[in-house]
Design a protein around this ligand. Structure first.
Ligand SMILES: Cc1ncc(COP(=O)(O)O)c(C=O)c1O
Length: 477
């Protein structure tokens, strides 16, 4: 008899449904190699309006949901998992992580507190420990998985605020550069540090925070009776890939007794590769570090991480107890004691399973390759008449602009550079985005998708060369 309150599926149904989804997902991944790097977003507003719907009072077959999802809706988005995605900071979507999520979701064990799933939580702790070792943080450091870099930033500010300011937070001032990620200011506001207490420090010709300007701003704030407490430097800015002078900022922060946070959302995982560590010199000295495994570890979106040098400081901020829960224990890593959440998913399994399956050496090889591809691209960019390289890759991101007698004004150059990004993207083989950096609009190539290989870079450079030529020819006539 049909029993509507019984929500369990039969084994046969579950296998059939799983098979249907897996087949679709694998076919989708197989097709990525030739899929447009920027999906079809024409008239997307109309589609979104059509998609508004009332609650489904009764169910429909899975196939009828999968069909439009895979055929109509997924393709109508940026091609973030395609090999030609060189826009913004590419994400990942590496396959084993999806299996880990499937296991986490179907087993649905409670990993918020250690006592509920000790062995599973230990796997998450292991993954955090690997990160700690790759970043050369001390054994006393602790961390947590977050949903992304922004939330890691929020937690870092809350932690620094607690340690450095205690309850008197209004006098506290925080320092970013003009090239810092906007999530920091947002996180500061969430953590109680208002906009009028955030200072924006100028950058040098290579888009790196100017330490002399930082010192001057700190001195001015102290003279005004304020209390500088935290500096954000960036290990790979979003706009141009600049790595701030991490050693010099660390020296300054030590001298001034300030909390130094390094935003490594884009760049930190390059520190996994020993030969690339000099590019990030000073990173291990940070008081806290944002990492984004959904960027540099190629995981699906929804995996960020924070490391805090003084693990006890992170714990002091979050540890709490409740009469209905087991007492806190001290030997093992316990997510609820180090982070703001109680009930949560199981983010550590994505990292753990993928890393165990592939091994860290393959990650190192892939990361080193992405950097090599960016260096190759920079060498090719400078050979194209009309292109000026503003930012050679410090890691795997480069920025450039169009400049030519046919484009006599800054506005004309900015328009042409913007048009170049659009025209290359419209060709479908790669997707590029630029960024307004001060007065200039810069074109960018960011190589971080694990699927991007030499073939896509060659396509990218071919399309850039042809479109640059066409733009200049049109401008000259
Ligand atoms: C340098 C940098 N920091 C922080 C962030 C924010 O990270 P998330 O998008 O994971 O919140 C980004 C995102 O692209 C970034 O590039």
């Amino acid at each position: 008899m049909h029993d509507p309150a019984n929500l369990e599926f039969s084994s046969a149904d579950m296998l059939a449904m799983g098979d249907a989804v897996l087949r679709r997902a694998v076919a989708h991944i197989d097709a990525l190699a030739t899929a447009p790097a920027c999906g079809d977003l024409d008239d997307i507003e109309a589609l979104c309006r059509r998609l508004r719907e009332p609650e489904p009072a009764t169910g429909v077959p899975l196939e009828s949901l999968l069909e439009p999802l895979f055929n109509d809706w997924i393709p109508r988005s940026f091609g973030t998992p395609t090999p030609g995605y060189l826009a913004y900071i590419p994400g990942g979507g590496i396959f084993p992580a999806a299996l880990a999520d499937f296991i986490a979701d179907t087993s649905n064990r409670y990993t918020g507190i250690w006592q509920a799933a000790p062995a599973l939580v230990q796997l998450e702790a292991n993954a955090l420990e690997w990160m700690r070792e790759w970043m050369q943080f001390p054994a006393t450091a602790r961390g947590l998985f977050t949903t992304g870099g922004s939330m890691a930033m929020f937690n870092a500010i809350a932690c620094a605020r607690e340690i450095k300011l205690g309850t008197d937070i209004r006098r506290g001032t925080l320092y970013v550069s003009s090239q810092s990620h906007h999530s920091i200011t947002k996180a500061a506001k969430l953590a109680g540090i208002a906009h009028d207490r955030v200072r924006t420090i100028a950058v040098d010709a290579h888009f790196r925070m100017r330490v002399d300007a930082l010192q001057a701003a700190i001195d001015a704030d102290r003279a005004a009776g304020l209390q500088p407490f935290m500096v954000f430097s960036t290990a790979g800015t979003t706009n141009t890939g600049a790595v701030d002078p991490l050693e010099a900022v660390a020296d300054l922060c030590t001298r001034e007794a300030l909390w130094h946070h390094v935003d490594g959302a884009y760049g930190a995982f390059f520190h996994m590769v020993p030969v690339l560590r000099p590019l990030l010199a000073g990173l291990p000295r940070a008081d806290s570090l944002t990492l984004d495994p959904h960027k540099g570890l190629f995981l699906p979106y929804g995996t960020g991480a924070l490391l805090v040098r003084d693990g006890e400081a992170l714990r002091a901020l979050h540890a709490s107890e409740a009469g209905y829960l087991p007492d806190n224990q001290n030997e093992f890593y316990d997510p609820a004691q180090y982070g703001p959440e109680l009930s949560r998913g199981f983010p550590g399994l994505r990292v753990w399973l993928t890393m165990k399956l592939l091994g860290a050496d393959r990650y190192r090889a892939a990361l080193a390759e992405k950097r090599a591809l960016a260096l190759w691209a920079a060498d090719e960019i400078v050979k194209i008449p009309g292109l000026v390289l503003d930012a050679p890759p410090q890691l795997s991101l480069l920025a450039f602009h169009l400049e030519h007698p046919a484009l006599p004004t800054l506005a004309a150059q900015n328009n042409a550079t913007r048009a170049l990004m659009q025209r290359v993207t419209a060709r479908g083989r790669v997707m590029l985005t630029g960024a307004q950096v001060g007065e200039r609009f810069l074109g960018r190539i960011c190589v971080l998708s694990f699927r991007t290989r030499q073939a896509q870079m060659e396509a990218c450079l071919e399309d850039i060369a042809e479109e640059t030529h066409a733009l200049l020819r049109n401008a000259g006539t």
